[in-house]
Design a binder for this molecule. Sequence first.
Ligand SMILES: Cc1cc2nc3c(=O)[nH]c(=O)nc-3n(C[C@H](O)[C@H](O)[C@H](O)COP(=O)(O)OP(=O)(O)OC[C@H]3O[C@@H](n4cnc5c(N)ncnc54)[C@H](O)[C@@H]3O)c2cc1C
Length: 404
Amino acid sequence: MYDVIVIGARCAGSPTAMLLARKGYKVLLVDKVAFPSDTISTHIIWPPGASRLKHWGLLDTILSSNCPKISKVTLDLGPFALTGSPLFSEVVEVIAPRRTVLDKILADAAVNAGAELRENCVVEEIIMDENRVTGIRCRNKGGSLVRENARMVIGADGKNSIVARTVDAQEYNSRQPLTCWYYTYWSGMPVEDIVLYSVPNRAIGAIPTNDGLTCLPVAWPANEFHDYRSDIEGNYMKTLELNKSLAELVRQGKREERFFGMADLRNFFRKSSGPGWALVGDAGYHKDPITAQGISDAIHAAEMLTDALDAGFSGKETLEKALEHYELTRDEEVMPMYEFTCDWATLQPPPPDMEYLFTALRENQVETNRFIGTLAGTVPIPEFFSPENIQRITGTMETGSNIT
Ligand SMILES: Cc1cc2nc3c(=O)[nH]c(=O)nc-3n(C[C@H](O)[C@H](O)[C@H](O)COP(=O)(O)OP(=O)(O)OC[C@H]3O[C@@H](n4cnc5c(N)ncnc54)[C@H](O)[C@@H]3O)c2cc1C
């Protein structure tokens, strides 16, 4: 009998298992893959995520994998670009490690903390006793079907979570898919900052990652996925041509890997706990990757869920109350970014009042840094986009007041 079984050993599951094991709980961590293992995801971890990795003693290991530190982010709007640093006071760098690197380090950290890791282990069933989850049935590497029991089963098993499906976790605030993505890796493109390119009806990023490679993700509207897929390379390259300076960089570079793609990116929250179960990471809250929040959010949610479970198990609070608090706090913290993400993912050009703000920011490095901080999670969105703050930056209450 385990205290906790965690299903899924990537950026939500492994930190949850690690933190619980560090507190002395008996944890089983299972994943159907073996690490190192890639997944469809680019790599940005914003300062709040990197700071937590540092606090857990894992940041240096990640950096020593030949993963660059990134201090600046550029929003290239075509006619001009805004470059700023979201690094204020004690926050550490932005990083963008390959998932083969990050997820292995996280899984190893869980094992080092005392969690039992079972790789190549597919959870086929969530076992319920009346309405309480009591364990899992999983197929081990050798093919045997095994039952394991726990006080709590955590679904850190991504957006198609078997835990969420079994308990029929209610979805709320959901939105249809807005974008679809292809990305690949380039050498010979000396990019030091993260660059986000604003181009009509598309989105492009440039992300410096391990071993001197640059990841270039390209998004199209979700309803154009079939057109995009009909000629992935042609459409991808045509999109890169929409920004002249990027097109020039790409001509100097060399594509090093195949294309990776993903569609069906619904946006939703799920009720994230119930008798004997809880959800963490994408399983509990999934959003479009355009603002690159998923890894940092998963890392944060792992910490919040661990605190809630510890409070419940140790009797400081009832487990039910502690888990309710976990979900409420998560939702409250991420909601402004969720709305911002869903707006951005429509791939519509910035409205006139936002363009007006961008123009004002060109002359104001301090506020540009703070604007970049809203993307990076170091400046609260409601604070920066408050009418008073926008008025202060643009000098006009009327033009600024509609920006949210
Ligand atoms: C194109 C794209 C680009 C992205 N770019 C970024 C970015 O730059 N920055 C960022 O922060 N986020 C990004 N994201 C989002 C990010 O990838 C996710 O938010 C993050 O991976 C969620 O982590 P997770 O641990 O919750 O789930 P996942 O990464 O989905 O991991 C779930 C794990 O559960 C395992 N699992 C599932 N079912 C079972 C089962 N039945 N039995 C055993 N194991 C199981 C899977 O094998 C998997 O390893 C991107 C996403 C996409 C699609």
